[in-house]
Ligand binder design. Structure first.
Ligand code: HEC
Length: 125
């Protein structure tokens, strides 16, 4: 009985701590993410690449300021990968293999941050 109570209290405490650290994303953050996802797909398929690149740049800028204050290391790495991928996409012209490779570089930046900061149901952790 006593152990059950202690276990229950421990669970409640853990839930409370998780609730503090998992934060709902703002619409601005979600929209920037959706813009990134859509545009990387466009680069990969060679579809209106200049417009896709413009969206990627704008979305990356929108999330950079927010994230630099929270996790400078992951953000700096992610932004470097996005810039590298954007530069590759700008050079790729209409070459499908080069565009796919550029999209691959950009996707690496997403994984770098998601693996650390994307919580369940698209929360921020
Ligand atoms: C610096 C951190 C970071 C980077 C870089 C990043 N993301 Fe995210 N992303 C998150 C976090 C945190 C969430 C969960 C919160 C949210 O949904 O906004 C998320 C959520 C998402 C979602 C779900 C959005 C929703 O709520 O419907 C998509 C899609 C997404 N990211 C795509 C991408 C793509 C594509 C890239 C790379 C081009 C990328 N993200 C780069 C942190 C990042």
């Amino acid at each position: 009985m006593k152990i059950t109570k202690i276990a229950f209290t421990a669970c409640m405490l853990a839930l409370f701590v998780m609730a503090i650290f998992a934060e709902d994303a703002t619409e601005e953050h979600k929209n920037a993410m959706k813009g990134l996802q859509k545009s990387v797909g466009m680069v990969k398929r060679g579809e209106d690449v200049p417009a896709a690149i413009a969206t990627i740049k704008a979305s990356a800028k929108a999330i950079e300021d927010f994230w630099l204050k929270r996790d400078n290391e992951v953000t700096t790495k992610s932004m470097a990968a996005i810039r590298e991928g954007v530069a590759a996409a700008e050079k790729a012209g209409t070459d499908p293999a080069a565009l796919a490779a550029a999209a691959g570089i950009i996707n690496g930046s997403c994984r770098g941050c998601h693996s650390v900061h994307k919580g369940e149901n698209n929360t921020i952790k």
